[in-house]
Structure formats: structure tokens, C-alpha cells
Design a protein around this ligand. Structure first.
Ligand code: PEP
Ligand code: MN
Length: 337
């Protein structure tokens, strides 16, 4: 249920409504728009039948939220959300590009690729320190040592950092180094992990599960938000279909669907969708044209010798070319880069 307050209602009126809801054991979430404050009440709605909330001073109307998710829905928050990651805003006018290797392999690798990322105008270094690989015998990541290399690159090149977390222990360690957590496709259904991320206030990039519907994916965001962390950015990375020519099928239709159903920013990972570097640039152009707020791209100084996902990784030159093209495309979709 949401309680829509009248335009410019008083702070005390909002607090009075919140207090009534809290007494009835509702979870209370406030969304302050430029004119109207909306109160989200999560709990047993039958308890509201004896409480005439609509008669309380400052209340305009009560609106049920029909979707299974509440805080992520546009009904709860009609204005788009902009997630601020240490000064870089995702979901605003500026497109955001995150680049870097699938896995952090060495100090040299990270510093080399970070220079490319910085010079091409991208804002984030991505790098996997904890790698949830399909085979337990594949390279599993350098863990904290890898995060230290990323931190050094941040200090040298001024990039923001994002890394995937896979467990409570990795959240605690990565929290000391990175600006944003990444939830991988394989963990989108790990509700315990999502709740723990909700207890931090660090922004989270939530990838779509390999076979998750859009509704399941938004509900995964809701798990994070329900614990109080509203800094969630969704990331389309392709889904499993019958097609084998690409690693996954990039579901670009999810971008307008997400924008119509939620207020959250959405980014696209064309690398894991394509599985081949040749397809990354055309899919990136398509994603930006369809309204994505940014891209996360795998790039490696020497893709042929990469320890993971080499075939889909761009070389420094290709990454730079991609950024030049996004720079030209941005004004056409009324964005900047
Ligand atoms: C990754 O970003 O390296 C990764 C493993 O992605 P996904 O979770 O989308 O497969
Ligand atoms: Mn990868």
C-alpha cells in the first residue's frame, strides 16, 4: 500500500502517518518527490481496515501496489532514481561506462588496462577478484590481493571500482576497497546475500539471472531495497535461450520494460551476452539506443592470454574505439559521455 500525501504536506503530518503505521508493525519507506511525499507501507494490509488513514491531516489518497515488488515500483516512486557512486551518477544525463577484465590477474594487467579506461573517458574499473566459475578447477580469482591492485589503480587513475561479491565474507572484504558491489547472474536468486547487501549502504549492480524473468529480477532488487539500501542499479547481461551462436541472448526489450515498471537505472553488459568480442560494439550501440544508462564491458591488455572470458574481451584499442563511438552516439539519445 502507498499513502500519497497532499502536495507540500507538512513534515509533522508525514511523521504522524508513519507513527501510526509503525505501531501496526508496518515497514515504512518514504519517497520524497519535489512536491509530493509518498509513504510505502509494507505489512499486513488487513490491519489497515480499522484505521482511517485517508482521514488523517495531509493525506491525499491510499493506492494499493499491485505488483509483487513495492519499493522498486514506479507507483512507489514516480521519479527516476539516480544512483550516486562516489560522485559518478548512474541514471542521470551522463552515460556511465565500466571497463576492465573478467578476472584480476596481476598488478601489471590492472594498471595497464586502467590507463586505457581512464584515457577513453570511462568512469569505472571492473575486475573480478572472486570468480564464481562454471568449473571448480578454473581460476577462482586473487581475492583480496586482487582488490589491492584495483585500489592502486583507483589512486593512480581516479577510477571508481566495482567488483563481484559472492559471500558474506567477500562483502566484508570488498567493502574496504570498492565503490560498488556487483551481484553476478548466478547469485541473483541468493536472497540471503541480497538481504545482507541491503544492510550496507553501498551501491549494488544487480545482474539479471541466467533464466530470470524481469519480474523475478525486480524482486531480487526489492530484497536489497527492503533492508533499506535503495542504491540499486539493474544490469541486463543476456538470458539463456535456444540460440547457440551467442553465449546468451541479449534481451534489449528488458530496458524499456524496466524503465516502465521501476524507477531504477539499468545498465547493459554486452560482453557476457555476446560471448565474442566482435558482437560487443554493435550490441553496445543498440543498448544505448534502447535507453540503457550505461555499459559494463570486459577489456584485457592481452585477451588471447586472459585467464577467463578472453574471447569476449576487447583489446585496449577496441575499448577505446567503443568509447569514441558512444561519445558520438550520446547526443543523439540526449545523453552525454
Ligand atoms: C562477470 O561480470 O565477470 C560475470 C561473471 O558476469 P555474470 O554474472 O553476468 O555471468
Ligand atoms: Mn566474465
Amino acid at each position: 500500500m502507498i499513502i500519497v500525501m497532499k502536495p507540500y504536506s507538512e513534515e509533522k503530518q508525514v511523521q504522524d502517518v508513519c507513527n501510526v503505521l509503525k505501531k501496526l508493525s508496518f515497514g515504512v519507506h518514504i519517497s520524497e518527490g519535489s512536491e509530493v511525499t509518498i509513504i510505502g507501507a509494507i505489512g499486513n494490509e488487513r490491519k489497515l481496515s480499522d484505521v482511517p488513514l485517508e482521514l488523517m491531516p495531509g493525506v491525499d489518497k491510499l493506492v494499493p501496489i499491485l505488483e509483487s515488488y513495492k519499493l522498486a515500483s514506479k507507483t512507489f516512486k514516480p521519479e527516476v532514481s539516480v544512483v550516486d557512486v562516489d560522485g559518478v551518477k548512474i541514471g542521470g544525463e551522463q552515460l556511465v561506462i565500466m571497463g576492465g577484465p573478467c578476472a584480476v590477474e596481476s598488478r601489471d594487467q590492472i594498471l595497464t588496462i586502467s590507463e586505457t579506461i581512464c584515457k577513453s573517458g570511462a568512469q569505472f574499473l571492473r575486475g573480478g577478484a572472486y570468480k564464481p566459475r562454471t568449473s571448480p578447477y578454473s581460476f577462482q580469482g586473487l581475492e583480496e590481493a586482487g582488490l589491492k591492485y584495483m585500489k592502486e589503480a583507483k589512486e593512480q587513475f581516479g577510477l571508481k571500482l566495482i567488483t563481484e561479491i559472492i559471500s558474506l565474507e567477500s562483502i566484508a572484504i570488498a567493502d574496504k576497497y570498492v565503490d560498488m558491489f556487483q551481484v553476478g547472474a548466478r547469485n541473483m536468486h541468493n536472497f540471503h546475500l541480497l538481504r545482507e547487501l541491503g544492510k550496507t549502504n553501498k551501491p549494488v549492480l544487480l545482474k539479471r539471472g541466467l533464466s530470470a524473468t524481469i519480474e523475478e529480477w525486480i524482486n531480487a532488487a526489492e530484497y536489497i531495497m527492503s533492508e533499506g539500501n535503495y542504491n540499486v542499479v539493474l544490469c541486463e547481461r543476456g538470458i539463456r535461450t535456444f540460440e547457440t551462436a551467442t553465449r546468451n541472448t541479449l534481451d534489449l526489450s528488458s530496458i524499456p520494460v524496466i524503465k516502465s515498471k521501476t524507477h531504477l537505472p539499468v545498465m547493459v553488459d554486452p560482453s557476457h551476452a555476446a560471448g565474442k568480442w566482435e558482437y560487443v560494439l554493435p550490441l553496445s550501440r543498440a543498448a544505448i539506443a534502447a535507453g540503457a544508462d550505461g555499459l559494463i564491458i570486459e577489456a584485457h591488455p592481452d585477451p588471447r592470454h586472459a585467464l577467463s572470458d578472453g574471447p569476449q574481451s576487447l583489446t585496449p584499442e577496441q575499448f577505446n574505439e567503443l568509447c569514441v563511438i558512444i561519445h558520438k552516439l550520446a547526443p543523439i539519445v540526449e545523453r552525454t559521455f
